[in-house]
Design a protein around this ligand. Structure first.
Ligand code: PCA
Length: 323
């Protein structure tokens, strides 16, 4: 009897201790644990956990908590308090989310940063309508074209099975006669291995993460745009925090953002070197293909402006006026 009593008392004490420990946030990430976006998210989570009085953040990479396509709604609906999402994949919610993927608008890290800084207030207002709060945003390296075989002219692209990650990449492919299918980065290697995909537009980073040299022979360094990820928090959760915790998160977010932009730029050249070392051919598009890509770029840019309307024009004006 006595033992049972002690056991019950210990269990009770343990349950009190559990209630008194920090609140835990599960952070949903779509990309692999070793990708720099995920590594920096983990550093961000560790910094918050170390400095906040009552909050622990735990990251879940590779879409293990929610897949990329689910993360925005999961955070919006409070199914999980925090997550990371590719901004331009939300174009169906609002065309303004696609501004970083307008072909050939901002093609260097410096211009991508200028675009981000100039359009951040518009992005924040738009996210606010979904009751989502922006913490930080970080780019992927410039987007290139992957192809199983060599391509030299638009005719070579006809009918290629193309892996898309947002509406812009899908439309890009369609305009060039390719056949797009949307596939998460986490499913990429399998899609190329099974022939579901034989081409895509993405950064060297994603091809490296997924060892695409095992399936794809060619990488063309197009530098079409630099899409960004963003880390977001459910607005209700954010509003419920005390000022001190909010301050800790904001500091960690600012640190993560700066580190992440620098890391992306540092790694850019490394990825293409790895392609060459692993037997891929890395080069530029032929002038003929480059012209075709640029023509599709201007078509998509005009179509975007039509959908994004005055808000889109205001965002472009802010970018053009920025130093
Ligand atoms: N990698 C992500 C999005 C952009 C990028 O460079 C992907 O391919 O899914």
């Amino acid at each position: 009897m006595k033992t049972a009593h002690i056991f019950a008392a210990t269990a009770f004490a343990a349950s009190i201790a559990t209630t008194a420990t920090a609140e835990k946030w599960d952070m949903a990430l779509a990309y692999s644990a070793t990708n720099y976006h995920s590594e920096i998210a983990a550093e961000f989570a560790a910094e918050v956990t170390a400095n906040a009085a009552d909050l622990e953040i735990v990251t879940h990479p590779s879409g293990s908590l929610f897949s990329g396509g689910e993360i925005f709604n999961a955070v919006r609906r409070g199914l999980t308090p925090i997550g990371e999402r590719l901004v331009s994949a939300l174009g169906n919610d609002d065309a303004i989310f696609e501004i970083d993927s307008i072909p050939f608008l901002a093609t260097s890290f410096a211009d991508a940063r200028k675009l981000y800084n100039a359009t951040k207030p518009i992005l924040e207002e738009t996210l606010d309508e979904s009751r989502v709060h922006l913490l930080y945003s970080c780019p992927w390296p410039p987007q290139g074209f992957y192809s199983a075989g060599p391509v030299a002219s638009p005719a070579d692209l006809e009918g290629l099975k193309f892996r898309a990650y947002n509406a812009t990449t899908s439309r890009f492919a369609e305009e060039l006669g390719m056949v797009p299918t949307t596939i998460e980065a986490a499913e990429l290697a399998q899609a190329f291995a099974t022939g579901v995909a034989e081409s895509m537009i993405s950064s060297g980073s994603t091809g490296f993460d997924r060892k695409l040299w095992e399936h794809v022979g060619h990488y063309y360094d197009v530098k079409a745009w630099l899409p960004r990820n963003m880390v977001i928090v459910n607005q209700g959760t954010w509003d419920g925090l005390d000022d001190e915790t909010r301050g800790v998160i904001e500091t960690a977010a600012a640190n993560a953002e700066d580190k992440c932009w620098a890391r992306a730029e540092e790694l850019d050249g490394f990825y293409t070197e790895q392609f060459t070392e692993n037997g891929m051919t890395v080069g530029e598009l032929t002038p003929e293909l480059r012209a075709a890509f640029e023509e599709v770029g201007s078509t998509l840019r005009a179509a975007w402006l039509e959908r994004a309307g005055d808000k889109g024009q205001a965002a472009l004006d802010a970018f053009n006026a920025a130093e």
